[in-house]
Design a protein around this ligand. Structure first.
Ligand code: AMP
Length: 193
C-alpha cells in the first residue's frame, strides 16, 4: 500500500484472560510508532483498545479517539489522546473512524468489534471504499469467523468475489506483509451511486 498514514483498530473494550491478547495490542502499538502511522480508535481507556492507545501515546505517536458522549464515562474517555472527537451516536463514531483511516485492522473483541468490522465490510461490498480490512487471528481467535465466511461463500450467500474484500492473518507480521502489498481492487464490486 503506497499511503498508510492512519490505521483504524477495532478491538475489545474488555480485557481478556489470556495475556497474549494484551501483548499483541502493545506490539501493534510499537509497530505503529516505528512506522509513524497514526492510530484511530474508539477513544476509551478500557480493555484492549486502551492498551494499544496507551502504547502509542507512551511512544509519542499520534492517536485519534472517536467516542460518543454517552460512552465517555463507561469507556473512560482518554483525554490524553492527540485528538478526541466526541460524537452524538455510534453511527457517527463509525463514520468518522472510517473517514480518518487508510486501513482497518480487527483485533480480538466482542459484539462491538464485530459490528464495526461488519459495517466497514458491507460498505466495501457496496463499493463505498476500497480500503484494506484485516482480521488478526491472535491465537486463532477469528478462525471460526473465517470458517463461517467460507461457508457463506460455499452456500452461495456470499458472492465469491466478495471473499477478497477481507483478509485473515494469523500474526501481526503477516498483517504488515499484507498491508505493504495491498492494492485497492474495485473490479466487480457495484459502485456506490
Ligand atoms: P466490544 O467488542 O463489544 O468489546 O466493543 C468494542 C467497541 O465497540 C466498544 O468501544 C464499543 O463501544 C464499540 N461499539 C459497540 N457497538 C457499536 C456500534 N454499534 N457502533 C460503533 N461502535 C460500537
Amino acid at each position: 500500500m503506497r499511503i498508510l498514514r492512519t490505521l483504524c483498530v477495532f478491538c475489545g473494550a474488555a480485557t481478556p484472560h489470556d495475556p497474549r491478547f494484551a501483548r499483541a495490542m502493545m506490539a501493534l502499538g510499537d509497530e505503529l510508532l516505528r512506522r509513524r502511522i497514526g492510530l484511530v480508535y474508539g477513544g476509551g481507556r478500557v480493555g484492549l483498545m486502551g492498551i494499544v492507545a496507551e502504547q502509542v501515546l507512551r511512544g509519542g505517536g499520534h492517536v485519534t479517539g472517536v467516542i460518543p458522549h454517552q460512552l465517555q464515562r463507561r469507556e473512560v474517555a482518554n483525554l490524553d489522546v492527540s485528538e478526541l472527537v466526541v460524537v452524538d451516536s455510534m453511527h457517527e463514531r463509525k463514520a468518522i473512524m472510517y473517514e480518518r483511516s487508510d486501513a482497518f485492522v480487527v483485533m480480538p473483541g466482542g459484539f462491538g468489534t464485530l459490528d464495526e468490522a461488519m459495517e466497514i465490510l458491507t460498505w466495501k461490498q457496496l463499493g463505498v471504499h476500497d480500503k484494506p480490512i484485516v482480521f488478526v487471528s491472535i491465537d486463532g481467535y477469528y478462525a471460526p469467523l473465517e470458517a463461517f465466511f467460507e461457508r457463506a461463500v460455499g452456500d452461495g450467500l456470499l458472492k465469491e468475489m466478495y471473499a477478497k474484500l477481507y483478509h485473515f492473518v494469523p500474526t501481526l507480521d503477516a498483517l504488515w506483509t499484507y498491508l505493504d502489498r495491498y492494492e485497492p481492487h474495485k473490479e466487480g464490486i457495484t459502485p456506490w451511486v
